[in-house]
Write a protein that binds this ligand. Sequence first.
Ligand code: ADP
Length: 446
Amino acid sequence: MLFLGIDFGTSGVRALAVDGDGRIRGQGRAALPEAVGEDGWREQDPALWLEALTQALAQLAAQVGAAWRQATALAIDGTSATLVPADARGRPLRPALMYHDQRARAEAQMLAGRFPGNGALAGASASLAKLLWLARHEPAMLAGLRHLHHQADWIAAQLTGCWGRSDPGNALKLGLDAASLRWPGAVTNLLEAAGIDPACLPRIVPSGEVFGALQPAWAEHLDLPAGLPVLGGTTDSLAALIAAGVRTPGQAASSLGSTLVLKLAAARPLDDLAAGIYSHRLGTLWLPGGASNAGGAALLRHFSPAEMEALTLQLRPERPTGRLCYPLPAAGERFPLNDPAFAGTPPPAAGPLTRFQALLEGLSYIEAWGYRRLAVDAPPQAVLTLGGGTRNAAWMQLRANVLGRPVLVPDCPEAALGAAMLAAVPQFGTLAAAQGALAQPCRRFE
Ligand code: ADP
């Protein structure tokens, strides 16, 4: 058995192959140019994605060798809220509006009024806000519009010829009701009022269920078996959580990147728009989460990555500084504290080592507070951890001390592994079983 996972993330495409015993057989990657534009515009030609995909898979095939042609299945994840309006044959009608495109601010404000409490639709990056922006500013495009795709499902549709399908994770930001997996009347009415045919909304294929089969031309191009099953994918952040091993209620996952993103798996959803909390759904699991502006970007205001690396070796997690601070990169916080004017509090006026440790302690306390807000049923058990901050082992120990639970850092935090686990769902019966079978080791701090 050989499962292929393809991740379209913020920094490029990664492809990974894992066999049925959980052995990683290879990894390929290809860079994508940064999507730039003026005044918050972020666009990219989806044709670039197919080129990068071909490149990453060719690299992977060379590592895998003979087993490549017997691949069992593949699945794809992509950046959330990257929208591709397409015609009846799946051809993009314009460049994709990337996940971080911010031009739909007025539409976001309107949606916040119409869907109070729906955090997935909050902000200018939500795909529904982007779609309404397109309808207003590029109405001529609507005549040819037949399918609304996101990055992952547009690529899956290219490979299989199955247009107009998406998964619940990607469709959430287009207004899908995650509980019923249906398009609410409020969303279809809104589309109709904007001159958009609601039939453009995708049919939902749950993550890990059959999306389609690899078309012969693509099979030849990629040297893969024709008819290879392509399974329903997900977003890049959910794929990373799947890879990290989030699979039962009570498991928590922190992403220590530019910002601090927390999710706590639960049996039911939790939404609080004012606090920036909303819930993703992964099979039967709900993932309430929130994102604090505190995080790595705030650290970079005080230290360069090289300075942080040098100081890391001297940190003393067992001896807290006792100097409280709330590190923010700029004024404004949403979660766990909701105050757009809050400027944070600075680290103590002390030497670099004490300042660095106090900043990390501050971030750890914010994280602990965040989990208290997310814990509807029970506090987290273990805290799986991803992102650039995980290279700081002393911070991981500090967090384990402050959070009072084990901190687990996966050796292979690749979203592409999560996608490969989705590809393995039919073989193992459930996603949780596939995650168990293909799990990679973790470093443990407690
Ligand atoms: P993102 O993908 O959100 O941009 P990454 O997951 O790549 O971020 O993580 C980058 C962050 O890692 C930076 O903001 C930086 O502050 C942080 N970082 C880098 N080195 C260290 C370190 N030694 N200790 C703590 N944080 C670090």
